[in-house]
Write a new protein. Structure first.
Ligand code: SIN
Length: 327
């Protein structure tokens, strides 16, 4: 009888061990935006590709709209192993590196094609590694788009923003940008922006057409100035500990799925920038304010001194390289 029990236990243990070996690797992908956004769609595409190509080996669960973590917590959670993939905006990474602040400099990139050229070039690719010392691995950039200024009053010239409160992401560069026009910047999580605008606790915010539309900011902001004054893009990031725990072939397959999902997400970003702007215009809830060249020049003149303020932290050469991507 004893022998039989021992044999059963041994078989059970062996089966258990086999099941443990066969269990798929779980990737939790946490982000803060809605599913109908470039990042939301990219995350779902990544899941779809992994389901197709790595069924049984890897399982991806996507948590949109800050359901799992907000951007201020997600990287700490990642370092603790509670989440494996995130794509915070580049503006939210200053705690981990000062170099990526380059993407927040106002009026640095003239359009998304320039952003793409810079990110694809040697300097942009090198910046992907700027979080390595903190135990994080940058796997790729993802676009959202150029930022616009929404407000409770029409913003034609910088003086129209003076004394008004604007929500910003956690970025000292963005803080300096609004201080340069005598406005009052407030660092607040994305999940709080709609309520802050609705209750008029703040007067305005800056964001892309896609975020302004998908989070309904346009319903509580009567004016949106088409300023294209900065870029909002993302870094797709994982922890070094998780990434290095994968065998090389699996790493390669996951990276390929991610690159394909990013290409797909970038396509959506380009489409949404024009489609969501049009939907906002059609809604008649918010008026789009266009700037004359002379008005735009006033914003450039007021905000551009921020570059010099952050030149030491970012590096003058890097700023020059980014500027060169405009040609
Ligand atoms: C995001 O697009 O991930 C959020 C941007 C923001 O916080 O404004």
């Amino acid at each position: 009888m004893r022998l039989l029990t021992a044999a059963v236990t041994t078989i059970a243990l062996a089966l258990g061990a086999q099941a443990a070996v066969a269990a798929p690797i779980e990737i939790k992908f946490s982000h803060v935006v809605a599913e109908n956004t470039p990042k939301g769609q990219m995350a779902l595409k990544f899941k779809e590709l992994v389901d197709e190509r790595l069924a049984g080996k890897v399982e991806v669960d996507v948590f949109p709209s800050s359901q799992l973590f907000g951007d201020n917590k997600v990287l700490e959670a990642m370092l603790l192993g509670d989440v494996q993939l995130a794509a915070p905006s580049l503006s939210k990474l200053q705690k981990y590196t000062k170099k990526l602040q380059i993407f927040d400099l106002p009026f640095l990139f003239k359009d998304m094609a320039a952003v793409e050229r810079f990110q694809k070039g040697a300097d942009g690719q090198k910046l992907l590694g700027s979080l390595n010392k903190k135990g994080l691995v940058g796997l790729g950039y993802l676009h959202n788009g150029m930022k616009q200024l929404s407000a409770s009053n029409p913003l034609k010239v910088p003086a129209d923003a003076a004394g008004r409160k604007f929500r910003i992401m956690t970025s000292d560069v963005l803080q300096a940008q609004f201080e340069a026009i005598d406005a009052v910047p407030l660092k607040k999580p994305f999940s709080e922006v709609f309520t802050l605008l609705q209750t008029q606790a703040i007067d305005g915010q800056e964001n892309t057409w896609s975020n302004i539309y998908s989070k309904k900011f346009f319903e509580v902001q009567p004016f949106i100035t088409e300023s294209n004054h900065g870029v909002l893009d993302y870094l797709v990031v994982t922890s070094a500990e998780f990434w290095m725990s994968l065998d090389k072939d699996l790493q390669k397959e996951l990276k390929k799925a991610l690159d394909d999902a990013i290409t797909y997400g970038n396509g959506i970003a380009a489409e949404k920038a024009s489609q969501d702007k049009q939907k906002i215009i059609d809604s008649k809830r918010s008026k789009v304010v266009n700037l004359t060249d002379a008005e735009r020049q006033q914003w450039v003149k007021a905000m551009k001194p921020v570059w010099t303020q952050f030149e030491d932290e970012i590096g003058a050469d890097l700023i020059k390289a980014a500027e060169a991507s405009n040609q």
